[in-house]
Design a binder for this molecule. Structure first.
Ligand SMILES: [Zn+2]
Length: 163
């Protein structure tokens, strides 16, 4: 029986005929975008991007973790990005999830606490402002004057700037 992964890998194997050609490693817009892994967020369509144009960093919630900061430092210092867009979204899985209850449930099942915060939040605008503040306060990033925070509405496609 074939799995969904089998189908996607078959698509990938056949995709070479549509390859748009090699691009430079330096993103041409010099922008890095941090957002959620949510499957409804089509970053290339939303931002009007093509391959080779921006760095896109994704995780659950689009939260600014240590690893996101690590990637942004690399993005700016070695790959010449200078601006950052942080995009949260409506109806996120992390929104209104109770972090303590979620952790307790996992700890009970596994027998130990997960070694990281999940970063759940109760107010999406506040979460965006906190993410922007964390990036602006990170001294290892040379470019912190253009850090924008937006919310994407997964039901309407609207993008609203918060900070
Ligand atoms: Zn999300």
């Amino acid at each position: 029986m074939s799995t969904a992964s089998d189908e996607l890998l078959a698509n990938a194997a056949a995709s070479e005929v549509h390859f748009v050609g090699p691009r430079e490693v330096i993103p041409t817009t010099h922008v890095a975008i941090v957002t959620c892994m949510d499957s409804r967020i089509d970053n290339f369509r939303i931002f009007g991007l093509d391959s080779g144009e921006a760095h896109i960093l994704r995780n659950a919630g689009g939260i600014v973790t240590d690893d996101v900061l690590r990637s942004l430092v690399f993005s700016q210092r070695l790959l010449q990005t200078r601006e950052i867009i942080l995009m949260h979204h409506t109806n996120c899985g992390l929104h209104r999830t109770d972090e303590a209850a979620f952790r307790a449930q996992i700890a009970q099942e596994v027998g130990e606490d997960p070694p990281y915060a999940f970063g759940t939040f109760s107010d999406v605008d506040e979460a965006v402002r906190a993410a922007v503040a964390r990036v602006r306060a990170h001294p290892f990033l040379p470019h912190r004057d253009q850090v924008r925070g937006v919310v994407y509405d997964v039901n309407t496609g609207n993008v609203r700037e918060v900070v």
